[in-house]
Design a protein around this ligand. Structure first.
Ligand SMILES: [Zn+2]
Length: 171
């Protein structure tokens, strides 16, 4: 190999290395969705409805994902009783939700109840009274309301709350 070729190769290597290092930093700093696990093993006859609700949320937001977990690894506990559906949020992304048979028996749409209660776990407050197009209007959207997904503003609000949460957790 001629000396001039060797020099060129060395210069090429010196230039390429910082570039490669820069790419690696960029890759590890890329935004990743934070995954929250839910335990629906105590959700009774509504276990599948909560799994469907998780899919609705996963299709609506990008900074957080809901995945089926176990009692041991889940930050979201799902229960059922004969009262009203409700949520008891803990810190963002955690808490307990209940499917309540009173609302179900009155005809409220089970899939909407589930996505609404998960909305509380994802940091959204009730927006009552409100229209059917708003997920967080809850029961005030009407007993016939079958809108199950968050509207654009609600989805954006959740994405804002979870923006950078992965990096914050690692710190
Ligand atoms: Zn609510």
């Amino acid at each position: 190999m001629a000396l001039s070729h060797l020099r060129r190769a060395v210069i090429g290597l010196v230039v390429a290395m910082p570039l490669a290092a820069g790419l690696q930093v960029a890759a590890s700093a890329a935004p990743m969705a934070r995954t929250l696990y839910y335990d629906n093993s105590q959700a009774g006859e509504f276990a599948k409805a909560w799994e469907d609700a998780a899919v609705v949320w996963n299709n609506s937001v990008k900074n957080v994902k809901l995945a089926k977990g176990t009692a041991a690894n889940s930050s979201i506990k799902i229960l059922v009783d004969n009262g009203w559906p409700r949520a008891q949020p803990g810190r963002l992304g955690s808490g307990t939700v209940w499917m309540g048979r009173t609302a179900v028996n009155q005809g409220y749409h089970v899939p909407r109840i589930a996505t609404h209660e998960l909305g509380h776990i994802l940091g959204l407050p009730d927006r009552k009274p409100g229209p059917c197009s708003s997920l967080m209007s809850g029961s005030t959207g009407g007993v016939s309301c079958k809108s199950v997904a968050p509207n654009a503003a609600e989805a954006a609000e959740v994405d804002r709350k979870f923006a950078g949460s992965r990096a914050a957790e690692a710190a």
